[in-house]
Design a protein around this ligand. Sequence first.
Ligand SMILES: [Zn+2]
Ligand SMILES: [Zn+2]
Ligand SMILES: [Zn+2]
Ligand SMILES: [Zn+2]
Length: 242
Amino acid sequence: KVDRTLGPCPDCGAALLVRRSRHGSHFVGCDGYPDCEFTLPLPSSGKPEIRAATCDDHGLREVKMLDGRDTFVHGCPICAAEDADETDDRAIGPCPECGGEAGDAAGAGGELAIKSLRTGSRLAGCTRYPDCEYSLPLPRRGDIEVTDEHCEEHALPELVVHSGDEPWEFGCPVCNYREYEARQSVSDLEDLDGLGTKTAEKLAAVGIDSLDDLREDEADRLAAEVQGVSADSVRKWQAKVD
Ligand SMILES: [Zn+2]
Ligand SMILES: [Zn+2]
Ligand SMILES: [Zn+2]
Ligand SMILES: [Zn+2]
């Protein structure tokens, strides 16, 4: 039997366990339930693995979330929840859904704020939540720097994420999410702008049958061999696929 015990419950001293909800998500619950209703959330992605390392402050073993390339250490669930509680929301600009116009009375509209959740994830959510449920995903790891550069379309600052290696130019959170969605929706050559059935047939004739083929080929070679396709359009398509 797999050991699901994390350590002592801070409320009653019984064992805290990793449990699974009816909806299939994992959380930390107390073995003393229903007498003790202490619970903590766990990240929604991945499968929890309990590590040998123990938190000095709470005596709880650390949790690692196994999720292929996205595997990460969540750590002590009490520490993660406390960190989130202690992190103040950082307002960064008007909420795209309910934010006011420049010149409105202060507090007229909602603001988008960087929030830390007790699950360890972060998002840019509206300060008027739950009245406004607008939110955008933010990366889980790294320090988020709010720069002075602003996206003109959304009046939101460009974000840079620092997590050890190269800083990641995350950009405006709305634009970043739009680009992400656009990438998700491209699953076929003909999903690309300006690439119709005729062009797909011409590409197939020179050995391009899939998005992977397109990504790995030379824009200049394709422009030279396929009539009516410029190297610039190939590069635009390749940028969408990357
Ligand atoms: Zn308890
Ligand atoms: Zn702890
Ligand atoms: Zn809002
Ligand atoms: Zn933007």
